[in-house]
Design a protein around this ligand. Sequence first.
Ligand SMILES: [Zn+2]
Length: 273
Amino acid sequence: MVFDCHIHLSEYPDDRLRRYARLNGFFYTLEELLSSMDKEGVSGGLLLSPLLEDGSAVPNTHILKLCERSGGRLSPVLTVEPSREWVEDCVETFTKNRGLVKAFKIRLGYVRVKPVNQVFSRIYDLAEEHGVPVMFHTGDTATERGSLEYSHPLLLDELAVSRPELKIVVCHFGNPWIMDAAEVAYKNPNVYLDISGLFTGGGEYRDKYVEWLSNRVSEAIYFMGSAGRVLFGSDYPVESLSEAVRFARSLKVSPGDIERIMWLNSKEVFGFG
Ligand SMILES: [Zn+2]
């Protein structure tokens, strides 16, 4: 079984991720995504809001609609922006869709706000109360207007310490700060790491780079001493589902740990199925 905890999709013409879709030769439609899930044996996934060309996020209402049309294959993640109105809206949407919403997402690096900021307190309270994880973008940003200072995984240590009951997902394994992200997870038992969106497109050194990543992520797992909090994700359309699955299966860890990464850990932390 495979569960993809990090998928993007929208029908907005100004969706910034269409560039990645084009690069990878995808139509970037719900039909294409679902048929590719069938082909790769991905039984379910979490749908996260993509960013638009102006840097803002696709509204959560659109994500909820796409999930509804997926016939239960995709579950929504609510993106939370740092404003009182947006937070209130998310609290309301979460309450109305109790059980359906599997996580919240904060776009570190796209919004220049630190994770411990007061503006997110109500979301963290709600997440703790319902055992729902909060996912954080970390590492390189999809646009040069992003801020690396605000997307560094070390920023999550303070939040993890101050809220030990909050489940935190560090997206993209903090890439390129892979060992920094591993240390945050090693130190804090409430921190998880997803392996989504680590590579995209082609280029002369693509295969070498993917091999380098596979070694780095494997070594980070040795450092942590366990793959118990590592989660499979593709970041479609940044990666194809087939490449993402191949990458995860290339990690030099035990077959039992591969199973945990592919779906067991996600089942535990997001509570699906
Ligand atoms: Zn993403």
